[in-house]
Write a protein that binds this ligand. Sequence first.
Ligand code: CP
Ligand code: NVA
Length: 318
Amino acid sequence: MLPAPEYETAMNHFLDIHKTDPGALRGIIDQAKDMKQARQGRPKGAADDEQPLAGHMVALVFEKPSTRTRVSFDVGVRQMGGETLVLSGKDMQLGHGETIADTARVLSRYVDMIMIRTFDESVLLELAEYADVPVINGLTDRTHPCQIMADIQTYEEHRGSIKGKKVVWTGDGNNVCASFLHAAGQFGFDVTFTGPEQLDPEDEFVGLARKAGATISIERDAVKAVQGADLVVADTWVSMHDSQSSKERRHNMLRPYQVNDALMAHAKPDALFMHCLPAHREEEVTSAVMDGPQSVIFDEAENRLHAQKAVMRYCLGV
Ligand code: CP
Ligand code: NVA
């Protein structure tokens, strides 16, 4: 467990998994499961029985492309009775020189909560510092906490508690990998990273997870890494913040870490496969694995909706 001063206190922002109290994180996952169960079989546009966001306006700000984050937040707010404004960073004055602090102060006069997907983490942190309303991290170059909340919900729906399980991250030690490391410390599971040294996860994040009691291993040999895995995870080899000119170099480094049937055969027979999507089929993962019996990729995508609804209730305290 991490020391208390690391946690958010004054307002319930949702900035990162390691900055959120472990009890609150568990509450979010449990509420997400309950809310999903409560609306089984309903049309997607049907309102939830409870309407905790009634009268609330939520701004969804995107400085990078998105399908899942955009749609799941928008639908989730509406199911809970709230309203959304979906904003593109480049169409706002934010993209034309207005400071983040001023943007935060202005948005706080109009909306009850802000979700932002941006590049540099400093934008998220400055927005949260100056906003009078909760701010949610919808992905930065460094982390993607909402994704991993959905992934934990998904793992537990299929296999029960994630505590003590072995998660193997393959490929690039990127933003999604970072949030898995944060979650390892908070939820008590182990992570093995397998990828080239040049793309190792940040030392700071590995250190945080170890300090919180998780076993974090680095194994360059993908076959050795996946032995005993309960969950194998892949992500794109070129993230939105990576330069396209680095693509060929990255692909050459990462090819040995493709998740295919041969690699999955070395994991536990009941191991699950996850990918946050969007995927590049036949690059970081084969279609045979993505569409195979161990894959839960579309459950992960669905659970973005349920997990984020619970995150928003936590942020607003409703
Ligand atoms: N996984 C994820 O965040 O997807 P989008 O980029 O489509 O939002
Ligand atoms: N690592 C990917 C995740 C996309 C949801 C990226 O940042 O582009």
